[in-house]
Design a protein around this ligand. Structure first.
Ligand code: DAH
Length: 349
């Protein structure tokens, strides 16, 4: 009655096993290559055919019973394991998270926020326009006719799709088309800024094919060049956080403004570091002027009643100046180490 003895023994040992590892050892002892049941099966080879048949069937039955016993016990042990884990492991949700991968705000995003908040405090609303523009909004309504050299100045990206007049669409080369869209949609007084992406076919350390500008537009009955200067100087003082900021306005030319000017900020380099607002070197940061009456007429505004000023500023440029960054491309290559160093934590707002 070997089989009976084996069954008794294995049942007892299975009962005693208190972990999955212990159970596995028992299993090997009985069902492994040299296990007791396996040996019983091997011993059949010396028996006669009839005996083989009857004994073989008995041993197979034994093996199936034993396997079933192991399965039931394994299930029990797994449940025990889960329960003990549930009792001992828990998550303390009041524990502060590690600071290793705190998210950072991109310097351009920070500039966007600063620009919106400074002009917002002066009463400017935000306006928007599409990145893909028609020839009308990007050029002709802004008094930049076909064949005008300004079109070449702006290294335009043309798109194969055409507008309803059959002219190729463009990636907007500046934020100025938002001026036109706003004047066609709103009645004066108009006081908006339009920050956004702009595109030109140009790339080096100070030019990127995609860059950012903010457009400003103020239209009422008597806005003048003095208001324009005051607004821009006040913006720069707040943005660069320099109170006695040295700036200058130079006469310039833009088809959509008359007169036109460019604004420069003074700087000097002390101990290899850029100091903004003083010194005898100049950096151009924006174009501006009184909105050309031709543009007002293109937008169906009564030029005997309304006038105003506009400006367009490079946001990447002022961000680089403020933070002493020298390569515009570093803004856009998605390097997380760079962002960890030059980005802003939310606490800095
Ligand atoms: N759109 C011009 C550019 O991208 C910048 C500019 C100049 C905008 C004068 C203006 C402006 O609104 O009045 O170079």
């Amino acid at each position: 009655m070997d089989n009976q003895k084996v069954l008794q023994d294995v049942t007892k040992e299975i009962e005693l096993a208190s972990s999955q590892e212990e159970l596995q050892i028992v299993k090997v002892t009985y069902l492994g290559k040299k296990g007791r049941i396996t040996e019983l099966l091997k011993s059949l080879k010396d028996l006669s055919l009839d005996e083989k048949k009857s004994k073989g069937a008995e041993i197979n039955l034994l093996r199936e019973k034993v396997q079933a016993l192991f399965e039931v016990k394994l299930k029990d042990l797994k449940i025990l394991d889960i329960n003990s884990k549930l009792n001992t492991e828990f998550l303390d949700i009041t524990f502060p998270p590690p600071e290793v991968s705190a998210a950072k705000v991109h310097p351009i995003s920070k500039t966007f926020d600063d620009v919106v908040s400074i002009f917002g405090s002066m009463g400017y609303a935000i306006a928007e326009g599409p990145d893909i523009e028609t020839d009308f909004f990007n050029f002709s309504a802004l008094n930049i006719p076909e064949d005008h050299p300004a079109r070449e100045m702006q290294d335009t990206f043309y798109i194969a799709d055409k507008d309803e007049k059959g002219k190729p669409l463009v990636l907007r080369t500046h934020t100025s088309p938002v001026q036109i869209r706003t004047m066609l949609n709103q009645k004066p007084p108009i006081k908006i800024i339009a920050p956004g992406r702009t595109y030109r076919c140009d790339s080096d350390s100070t030019h990127s094919p995609m860059f950012h500008q903010v457009e400003g537009l103020f239209i009422n009955e008597n806005a003048n060049m003095g208001d324009l200067k005051g607004t821009l100087i006040e913006f720069c003082k707040q943005f660069f956080e320099v109170q006695d900021l040295k700036v200058r306005f130079r006469p310039s030319y833009f088809p959509f403004t008359e007169p036109s000017a460019e604004m420069d900020i003074a700087y000097e380099i002390i101990d290899n570091k850029l100091q903004i607002g003083k010194g005898d070197k100049w950096l151009e940061i924006l174009g501006c002027g009184m909105v050309n009456p031709v543009v007002l007429e293109n937008c169906k505004l009564d030029t005997s009643k309304f006038q105003g000023f506009a400006f367009g500023m490079g946001l990447d440029r002022i961000t680089m100046l403020k933070h002493g960054l020298t390569d515009i491309r570093s803004f856009f290559n998605g390097n997380l180490n760079w962002l960890a160093k030059h980005g802003f934590s939310l606490g800095e707002y």
